[in-house]
Design a protein around this ligand. Structure first.
Ligand SMILES: NC(=O)c1ccc[n+]([C@@H]2O[C@H](COP(=O)([O-])OP(=O)(O)OC[C@H]3O[C@@H](n4cnc5c(N)ncnc54)[C@H](O)[C@@H]3O)[C@@H](O)[C@H]2O)c1
Ligand SMILES: O=c1ccn([C@@H]2O[C@H](COP(=O)(O)OP(=O)(O)O[C@H]3O[C@H](CO)[C@@H](O)[C@H](O)[C@H]3O)[C@@H](O)[C@H]2O)c(=O)[nH]1
Length: 443
């Protein structure tokens, strides 16, 4: 099938490349000329495991091409994968969707299927259809399909080929049959529904996952007070199939381009329909305060942070991505700078992006050693493999005082207890070890 994909961000590019990989002929379109030139030469503008390899392979086989030209005359199907960022009031900014719909309408020469991959508020697909039909030649028929995306950044290619389900929301059989054909080679379960339900499935899924995270973070706060271990609690809960063991990692809360934006949007969608979504508002509130926990812990450990050298280990919102959108490192670094700390940041991949997201006072270091040397406190923000595998001796030898505040529970407490270190994590007992003579004293 000949498919055009409008918007080549995390979703559009991965979708285009994956559809090419299963045999379709894909034209990826973006308004960003520099990005298109880069992609056309086989270079991915985003860090995403496996992506570049599949891009090169499919460009060479002639299944994948990139352009800034917004013409769709040869396309059988058009996918919309432009951004839907958050406006200041929490609602979704649909200006890119509107622009894409208008250019589609202007260049249509035959009946077409338009598939929305972008996350859009309930009712938006009907609006897109109306926008296109109003501006397109009268005889042209547009079939609209909602096909929300569930990939996670950092494992986007893997998720596309191994996802739990493909959701296809349609209002007629033709759209349903063509989308089934397009997706058949992924070999994944397909769930059919109507347009509005498909739009709602996307928001409800993200809101539910965010709720799990805020729930376990609240449990972690109680664990800290009563002396329980949240990791053991989550494992014990997860043994119940009805609860499941995924998305119960306590930490510094959720970030990224989706959960914060989509939870806010769902609160707005509910509010616009006279429903006060109290539960989701609390989920958001818990997440906002969770992000500041490491700063509070640092203050409790060393007092006034002014003039203290504080290392941030990991800057991206999660491992295996260079995406800095809504990363916890942003408010944490800002608060540390506000309190007069000397902030040093390290990330294996995200530093080029982080420079434009973090306060200018933050210094960036290329290695973990340089980041930790002379530090008073180390904050673990992102659980990159390279950070999880830092030998605990490294902290004790390089830092002025080995105080490690681990926002991702990277180390086992048994391991920590063997080192002269002050270790604070989330929802687990604090470990405060120091050498007295030749022996290790634990508190
Ligand atoms: N990032 C994720 O992990 C993820 C996962 C599932 C769903 N989503 C949803 O998918 C959508 C896209 O997210 P993203 O993270 O890929 O966005 P992004 O910001 O990374 O990319 C959007 C791209 O669209 C391009 N664009 C904007 N207007 C255009 C136009 N008129 N014509 C052509 N190109 C245009 C931009 O230049 C940019 O390259 C959003 O609705 C998001 O909520 C994202
Ligand atoms: O147990 C957990 C799991 C995740 N997180 C945090 O939650 C955020 C989001 O993580 P993840 O879901 O892995 O990454 P995303 O790439 O944002 O993917 C989410 O958002 C996408 C965009 O809508 C959806 O497509 C995916 O299904 C959904 O998982 C990150 O900050 C994680 O650190 C936790 O704190 N604890």
């Amino acid at each position: 099938m000949r498919i055009s994909v409008i918007g080549t961000g995390y979703v559009g590019l991965v979708t285009g490349v994956s559809l090419a990989e299963i045999g379709h002929h894909i034209t990826c379109i973006d308004i960003d000329e520099a990005k298109v030139a880069m992609m056309a030469s086989g270079i991915s503008p985003i860090y995403e495991p496996e992506l570049e390899h599949l891009m090169e392979k499919n460009i060479q086989s002639g299944h994948l091409s990139f352009t800034t030209e917004l013409h769709f005359s040869s396309a059988d199907v058009i996918y919309i994968a432009v951004g839907t960022p958050q406006l200041p009031d929490g609602t979704s900014d649909l200006q890119y969707i509107e622009q894409a719909s208008q250019v589609i309408a202007r260049s249509l020469t035959k009946d077409t299927i338009v598939v929305t991959k972008s996350t859009v508020p309930v009712g938006t697909n009907h609006w897109i259809k109306t926008l296109i039909e109003e501006a397109a030649p009268e005889e042209i028929k547009v079939t609209i399909v909602s096909n929300p995306e569930f990939l996670r950044e950092g494992s986007a290619v893997y998720d596309t080929f191994n996802g739990d389900r493909i959701v296809i929301g349609t209002e007629n059989n033709q759209g349903r049959e063509i989308l089934d054909d397009i997706n058949a080679s992924f070999g994944l379960p397909i769930y059919h529904t109507d347009l509005k339900s498909a739009e709602m499935i996307k928001y409800a899924s993200n809101a539910f996952l965010a709720t799990k995270i805020s729930f376990i973070n609240e449990i972690s706060a109680i664990c800290e007070k009563v002396g329980a271990n949240v990791e053991d609690v989550a494992l014990g809960m997860g043994k119940d199939n009805r609860i499941g063991d995924k998305f119960l990692n306590a930490g510094i809360g959720y970030g990224g381009s989706c959960f914060p934006k989509d939870t806010n949007a769902l609160v707005q969608i509910a509010g616009n329909n006279e429903h006060d979504f109290k539960l989701l508002k609390s989920v958001i509130e818990v997440n906002n305060s969770q992000r500041m926990k490491l700063v509070e812990r640092a203050r409790e450990a060393v007092g006034d942070l002014s003039g203290k050298r504080i290392s941030l280990l990991g800057l991206s919102f999660k491992p295996n991505t260079d995406d800095m959108r809504e990363a916890a490192s942003i408010p944490i670094a800002q608060e540390l700078v506000n309190q007069g700390a000397d902030v040093v940041g390290y990330d294996p991949i995200a530093i080029p992006n982080a420079r434009s997201f973090l306060p200018e006072e933050v210094q960036f270091k290329e290695t973990i050693e340089e980041t930790l040397r002379g530090a008073d406190v180390a904050l673990i923000i992102t659980e990159w493999e390279v950070i999880k595998s830092i030998d605990l001796i490294t902290y004790t030898t390089l830092m002025t005082s080995p105080i490690v505040i681990d926002g991702r529970n990277c180390y086992s407490l048994d391991e920590v207890r063997r080192h002269p270190i002050h270790y604070i994590s989330i929802g687990r007992p604090e470990v405060q070890n120091r050498f007295v003579g030749n022996s290790l004293n634990t508190r």
